[in-house]
Design a protein around this ligand. Structure first.
Ligand SMILES: [Zn+2]
Length: 555
């Protein structure tokens, strides 16, 4: 042992032993040892020590803010970063800071400042590594179910309509609707995609987004496609529960193709395909929605979005793209313009807050394309989508009352996305590893440089330059393994990270994801939870089942 350290340990150790044993010092040697005046003396000038002290002081406030009564939250906003793993959050926070010229590691995304955090165990009943349908059903209904299942319990067999009878599980959004609260859905994915679908639909297969995706037997047995379930939710709830409801107040996302007939005559002005619609039953569900809600507003572009200003325009249906909405960094390429996730979030809250000041609202906001960026092997897109989610959360915080609004930010599942090597502090997060104490790119044992970010599997390396649409990776062959990155700028939008195992699409991964919460009931997220507990936290905080039950007709 180093002799200086040994002396230091002696100083700490000897007096404490004496105190513990209660005996008197015998040797004048020991008496000569002077105890330090203060263990944190001198630490005040250390920025890490002091900022941690400030952080600790700030933490005390959160315990004063705890509201432990049932129903203490008037409003609930659930943010789901689809596929937003812990490594995604870390890399996004670094990129966010670096975009402002900072080192990045010390940065915090908006929701990382929330007072309470926990972990969510994401596995499905039948799957170690889950999918978005089973996980969102868990969060929305309070029960885990199988992969691929939307709003039904594990008793159903995937793809088997007959087996779905009697397995429906009611969602937090449906309970809020019955309770007379305002309701909203915001997503950058298709409105009928697994995550948003699990807020309102019940389907034995997540892929049944419209009737053309269903087997004839399922249609004959009476199963409804997901788009149809969205448009006719109001009638369905009224029939089933004998109550009068007003339907979903705000729904914004992509996915027009599942609402329109397969007929070019129905194309929207910014249709991408020759025939935009997919429906083979000749139904125009957008027209059906307008007929059901004559005073509502259907919007499909930025101009229509911007014209939404008052609660009198509710309900609102915004379908801004034929399929998913564009990646945030690719939005400039949208033909007729489409709003960002943070713009949609702010608008939804503005309209829902204005609708009924007393009854409150339930809003689900999905950053659906973090997941798509990862699947395509584009860290650039996945991280920018995560930063946009952070901005959406910041807008939600700024426009709600923290004493009456529970805000939860979580993810449905992780991805095989890693942050590796020993890059030095401030090294560009999308760049190649430059090690601590070096100015040169670090070389692997194959004598080639390597990036900090990478994927364990997927489509692998692509160098698509300034291309901002990560999905174009699917138009290029799978290219797994190591590449010579010497002359490649890995910080460009079109760079796709290397992947070890060749797969059609990069996959989800099975480790836990984070839960971040603020507002009434937020303290309940603390701990390691099964994912379905998230429903129970929202339900307790907003008393959804209690309020819904009290509106049911008396028998
Ligand atoms: Zn996915």
């Amino acid at each position: 042992m180093n002799s200086t350290i040994f002396k230091f340990l002696n100083i700490l150790w000897v007096p404490s032993i004496l105190v513990l044993s209660g005996c008197q010092p015998q040797s004048s040697d020991v008496l000569d040892v002077k105890p330090p005046l203060s263990f944190d003396a001198g630490a005040n000038s250390n920025i890490w020590y002091q900022s941690a002290q400030d952080s600790l002081q700030a933490d005390f406030a959160k315990f004063e803010a705890i509201q432990n009564q049932i129903g203490s939250a008037k409003n609930v906003i659930l943010f789901v970063g689809d596929g937003m793993s812990i490594s995604t959050i870390t890399a996004a926070r670094i990129l966010d800071g670096q975009l402002r010229g900072e080192s990045g590691e010390e940065n915090q995304l908006s929701f990382e400042k929330f007072p309470f955090t926990g972990f969510s165990k994401t596995y499905n009943v039948d799957a170690q590594t889950p999918d978005s349908a089973g996980t969102m059903t868990a969060m929305m209904s309070g029960v885990k179910t199988d992969a691929g299942i939307v709003g039904l319990s594990e008793e159903v067999t995937r793809g088997d309509c007959a087996s779905s009878k009697g397995t429906e599980v009611i969602s937090a959004l449906e309970l809020a609707e019955i309770a007379g609260m305002a309701t909203g859905i915001v997503t950058t994915a298709r409105l009928t995609h697994a995550t948003p679908a699990a807020t309102y639909a019940h389907s034995p297969d997540r892929d049944w987004e419209d009737v053309s995706d269903m087997p004839a037997s399922a249609i004959a047995q009476g199963c409804m496609d997901i788009a149809d379930q969205f448009v006719h939710l109001k009638e369905k709830i009224e029939q089933e529960y004998g109550v009068s409801v007003d339907g979903i107040d705000v729904a914004m996302g992509g996915g027009r193709r599942h609402f329109l007939p397969k007929d070019a005559a129905f194309n929207s002005p910014d249709a991408v395909s020759a025939i935009e619609g997919d429906r083979t039953d000749n139904r125009d569900l957008i027209a059906e929605w307008k007929k059901l809600y004559p005073s509502g507003q259907y919007v499909m572009d930025q101009t229509g979005f911007d014209a939404l200003t008052t609660a009198a325009q509710l309900p609102v249906l915004g379908l801004f793209n034929e399929s998913h909405m564009r990646y945030e960094m690719d939005r400039k390429n949208d033909v007729s313009g489409e709003p960002s996730l943070s713009e949609m979030t702010a608008k939804a809250i503005q309209l829902l807050e204005a609708k009924d000041k007393n009854k409150g609202y339930f809003l689900m906001v999905e950053a659906g394309r973090i997941d798509h960026g990862h699947h395509a092997g584009s860290a650039f897109n996945a991280l920018h989508e995560s930063i946009e989610l952070s901005q959406a959360v910041a807008k939600a915080q700024a426009s709600t009352n923290p004493n009456e609004t529970l805000i939860i930010v979580t993810s449905d599942h992780s991805h095989v996305f890693t942050m590796a090597g020993y890059p030095k502090r401030g090294n560009p997060i999308l760049g190649k590893v430059v090690s601590v104490g070096s100015d040169q790119e670090a070389l692997a044992l194959d004598d080639m440089p390597y990036t900090t970010l990478g994927y364990a599997n997927g489509r692998g390396f692509k160098d698509l330059g300034d291309e901002t649409d990560g999905d174009l990776a699917y138009e290029h062959p799978v290219d797994q393994g190591r590449k010579d990155l010497n002359s490649i700028n890995t910080e460009t939008p079109g760079y796709h990270q290397e992947a070890l195992i060749p797969l059609e699409s990069e996959t989800h991964s099975g480790e836990d994801v984070g839960i971040f919460a603020t507002g009434p009931g937020a303290h309940l997220v603390s701990g390691v939870h099964e994912q379905n507990v998230i429903f129970h936290i929202m339900n307790y905080a907003a008393n959804l089942t209690g309020k819904a039950t009290s509106t049911l007709p008396k028998k």
